[in-house]
Structure formats: structure tokens, C-alpha cells
Design a protein around this ligand. Structure first.
Ligand SMILES: [Zn+2]
Ligand SMILES: [Zn+2]
Ligand SMILES: [Zn+2]
Length: 161
């Protein structure tokens, strides 16, 4: 990561990244706001834009899919809703509550001295919010998105840290 803005020299950068979020879903609606399920390495791994928090100068920007690196895949990921749709009930056992893992674009400030707190840029169901997998605790039925959950490319997915 860079030491600061290359234009104005300020240290605080706004870093935009696709990161993992876990959410409990009840009858196809999120039960809560969800929580981040990432570590620092995954945050860095999914970074697609770094901008100065002071002058908005773009320090780094990458148009490829943050997950599979398909050329131009970022625009697809941000413009489309989740291809994997969570059903109202588990198709196996009719359970209403399902656990989902999603990848969500988020922005966090780095360099201000405090620990970065990513803020989600979109909500469940909005374009850019992509469900990667969901599972039923009651019967262990698990469904994973085919190919790249973000841009829909067939893959192969690259390994993550
Ligand atoms: Zn700047
Ligand atoms: Zn992709
Ligand atoms: Zn089930």
C-alpha cells in the first residue's frame, strides 16, 4: 500500500475493496446488517480503487474483476445484482433461516492513525452486492455460486490469501 497521496501528500487514503460479509437471511430477507468476515489480507486483495481522502486524487484504480481478474469485470460486478439468489426456504428441509456469505464493495480510510472501519457501499439486494454461498444450519445443505460470484465469468478463480 502506498504511503500517501501522490498529488497533495496527505497521508489519509480512501480504499475501496470487495470484501466478505456474512449475513443471516430469514425468508429471503436479511435478518441484520451482517458483519464483515474478512481479515486484513482479504481487504487488500479485493482492492480496486485507492483515492486521496483530502483531494480525491485517484492513486490506484483497477477495472478488472477483483475476484477473478477478468478484464473489465469490475463494472459488471458493480452494475449487476447477485446471480446467486437466496430462496425463501431451504429447498431440502424448509428451514426459513439461511446463513449467507456475500462479497460487498466497501470503503475504508487508511492512514489516519485509527484502525480502518470498512463501510459497505451497497445493501443486500442492490447492484454490486453478490452472494457467494448460502447454507442451512438445520440440514447442512450448502449452495455455492457457479464461476465468479462477482462478474459471472466461468473461472477459474484465482486463489485468495
Ligand atoms: Zn491528495
Ligand atoms: Zn470475476
Ligand atoms: Zn435445510
Amino acid at each position: 500500500m502506498t504511503a500517501g497521496c501522490t498529488a497533495c501528500g496527505h497521508k489519509t487514503l480512501a480504499i475501496t475493496s470487495y470484501i466478505d460479509r456474512s449475513v443471516v437471511v430469514m425468508a429471503a430477507d436479511p435478518n441484520d446488517a451482517g458483519r464483515w468476515a474478512h481479515d486484513g489480507e482479504k481487504f487488500v486483495d479485493g482492492t480496486y480503487r485507492v483515492a486521496c481522502a483530502t483531494c480525491a486524487h485517484i492513486v490506484f484504480e483497477h477495472p478488472d474483476c477483483p475476484r477473478c481478474h477478468t478484464a473489465g469485470g469490475l463494472a459488471t460486478a458493480l452494475a449487476t445484482t447477485s446471480r446467486l439468489v437466496i430462496p425463501k426456504r431451504c429447498v431440502n428441509c424448509n428451514e426459513l433461516e439461511l446463513m449467507a456469505i456475500a462479497m460487498v464493495p466497501a470503503v475504508a480510510r487508511y492512514g489516519g492513525g485509527e484502525a480502518p472501519k470498512p463501510k459497505p457501499l451497497v445493501e443486500f439486494g442492490e447492484p454490486g452486492y453478490h452472494v457467494v454461498a448460502y447454507a442451512c444450519d438445520a440440514c447442512d445443505n450448502a449452495v455455492v455460486a457457479e464461476g465468479c460470484a462477482l462478474c459471472g465469468a466461468a473461472g477459474p478463480l484465482r486463489p485468495r490469501p
